[in-house]
Design a protein around this ligand. Structure first.
Ligand code: AGP
Length: 609
């Protein structure tokens, strides 16, 4: 939800900002803008549309600017337009701000500022920040920003540039991410690390309530009492290439294909020395705590919630402990029945999702132990949880989550196994059987990926359809949910997932001749029941694409098409079965000419409620 960059150094600032914004475009892409000092004068260029539109508008002009700020927007207040694009200015045009988040009391602030004579030109909440800074300014930019921020309610990362101080940029964050980068005589701020990687791998991860100041002398961090904050430099150990497309037409396809490695990395290091069991050395929970929990609450949004659904089935089956899975946006407001005997597992790829963060804080307030599963080192979720398990998926750029999901699912197995072991609900033999199956997953994923043409062919046949239904029972239902989300978010085809047994309770009315139905059939003990549901679809002339494990012959007669997965146990099947569904969504969207990596109305990191 909005990408922000700021630069101070000897390179051409506009080029550095534009390259940074291109890397951050996954965060929002309805308009973009830059503000910079040109021979001491604050200037702005902003345009509605993708960053490419701004790029064209800027043209081939040579810029001689060494300081500037930039923004790529995901609209909250005010539709996408040139005028609503950031940066925003005060009345004197001396202060420019870019903002990620929502100023909740903007209406009352705007009214007061207007009564004091301030003139507003946009419909955004952000513009109040520029005017508040203008009012608060007494010669010190840092303090002016602080005093402005003390008046706002809501969420923010904000970066400020002023003509009064041509040698500095100040920035602060509350709920939205901000990192500062230390280059060779040049300094940066950005919403996310990949924007800085072409320049530096040494960064500061900023916390809420800190103000960072970039000057030619370096980076200065203070708190809201203007006291210095001493912080360790975080050295990023992955390189810029990890966040590049590397010859693939889309990040999404690249990230789907990276899943064998992502799973291998997430599993590696979490195996016992003999490789037959698992260990999670990074978490602080001891055996007694694990035995004393009375339930587990998994809380997340979107795809991460679907990983949590797999977690519920896995945890309950292996560790025999009740598990509730909640959407973070519901959990935070429903006065959840949790207490210190509840383990709260927060799942978030970005580690910055606003609703998920709020749920995490609610759980901590109620004395729960919070264990975070996230892909982003040093993210807010990671920093505020009691324990963190990182999914080592590498940077995920496409808005549609793929490798983050499979690694989150893998962590559900690791946690389920740990709990089962400590609570005495599985034998060592069962544990080593499951671990052996997990270890085979990377190679099995490679096998699936080698057959992607089969799925591409199916997509060519069905990409014109209006609706697709996904059916499954048990773990297959959890995966069906993810298959439907993937398809709708990138291809804009209406897709729904149903627990197969629910079909006849209403949805069957929608099955008519030729409607594609994807039936997941990987659960051995539920296979016959699932086949009955497939027959119900066939009786209404729906077209069924079956997805099954190697040997499950029953499926062939019942389905119009069959996608066969490598042989594995039904328990571990979700790690494989989701991949053809990701590919199906990808190729359907490609055949429809959709903007796969940046689907309409969405953004990668949802940092607003
Ligand atoms: C996934 O394809 C989606 N783009 C979305 O549902 C995402 O999973 C959700 O917004 C949660 O994000 P997080 O994992 O970063 O918290």
């Amino acid at each position: 939800m909005c990408g922000i960059v700021g630069y101070l150094g000897s390179q051409d600032a506009v080029s550095v900002l534009m390259n940074g914004l291109k890397t951050l475009e996954y965060r929002g892409y309805d308009s973009a803008g830059v503000a910079y000092l040109n021979e001491g004068t604050l200037e702005v260029r902003k345009k509605m549309g993708r960053i490419a539109v701004l790029d064209d508008y800027l043209g081939t002009q040579q810029w001689h600017t060494q300081i500037g700020i930039g923004h790529t927007r995901w609209a909250t207040h005010g539709r996408p337009s040139d005028r609503n694009a950031h940066p925003h200015f005060d009345c004197t045009n001396k202060f420019a701000v870019v903002h990620n988040g929502i100023i909740e009391n903007f209406a009352e602030l705007r009214e007061r500022l207007q009564a004091n004579g301030h003139r507003f030109v946009s419909e955004t909440d952000t513009e109040v920040l520029a005017h508040l800074v203008e009012e608060a300014y007494r010669g010190n930019l840092r303090l002016a920003l602080r005093d402005a921020l003390l008046q706002v309610r809501g969420s923010y990362t904000v970066v400020l540039l002023s003509e009064h101080h041509p040698d500095r940029i100040v920035a602060s964050r509350k709920d939205n991410p901000l990192v500062a980068g230390i280059g060779d005589g040049e300094y940066f701020v950005a919403s996310d690390i990949p924007a800085l990687l072409p320049h530096t791998r040494d960064i500061y991860l900023l916390n809420a309530g800190e103000i960072v100041e970039l000057t030619p002398d370096g980076i200065n961090i203070v708190d809201f009492q203007d006291r210095p904050v001493h912080k360790e430099i975080f050295h990023v150990n992955w390189d810029a290439q990890a966040a590049e497309r590397g010859g693939y037409p889309h990040f999404m396809l690249k990230e789907i294909c990276e899943q064998p490695l992502a799973i291998q990395n997430t599993l590696g290091g979490r195996l016992t020395p003999d490789g037959s069991g698992i260990q999670l050395k990074e978490i602080s929970l001891n055996s007694e705590q694990i035995r004393n929990f009375s339930k587990v609450a998994i809380v997340a949004c979107g795809t991460a919630y679907h990983a949590g659904m797999v977690g519920k089935y896995v945890f309950e089956k292996l560790a025999r402990i009740p598990v509730e899975v909640d959407l973070a946006s519901e959990f935070r407001y429903r006065d959840p029945l949790i207490d210190p005997q509840t383990l709260v597992v927060i799942v978030s790829q970005s580690g910055e999702t606003a609703d998920t963060m709020a749920a995490l804080r609610e759980a901590r307030k109620r004395g729960c132990h919070v264990l975070a599963v996230t892909n982003v080192v040093g993210s807010s979720v990671a920093r505020e949880a009691d324990d963190v398990i990182y999914t080592w998926a590498g940077p995920e750029i496409a808005v549609a989550s793929t490798k983050a999901y499979t690694t989150q699912v893998l962590v559900m197995y690791l946690l389920g196994l740990l709990f089962a072991k400590e609570r005495g609900t599985i034998t060592q033999e069962q544990e080593s059987g499951i671990v052996a199956a997990l270890k085979k997953v990377p190679d099995q994923l490679k096998e699936i990926l080698e057959q992607k043409e089969q799925i591409q062919d199916l997509a060519e046949q069905y990409h014109d359809c209006q609706d697709v239904f996904f059916l499954g029972r048990g773990l297959d239902y959890a995966v069906a949910l993810e298959g439907a989300l993937k398809l709708k978010e990138i291809s804009y085809i209406h897709a729904e997932a149903y627990a197969a047994g629910e079909l006849k309770h209403g949805t069957l009315a929608l099955i008519v001749e030729g409607v594609p139905v994807v039936a997941l059939a990987t659960q051995d003990d539920l296979l016959e029941k699932l086949i009955s549901n497939v027959k119900e679809v066939k009786a209404r002339e729906g077209t069924v694409i079956g997805l099954c494990l190697g040997k499950q012959e029953l499926v062939d007669d019942a389905c119009d098409h069959v996608i066969r997965l490598p042989e594995t146990s039904s328990l571990v099947a979700p790690l494989l079965s989701v991949v053809p569904l990701q590919l199906f969504a990808y190729y359907m969207a490609a055949a429809r000419g959709c903007d796969i990596d940046k689907p309409r109305n969405l953004a990668k990191s949802v940092t607003v409620e």
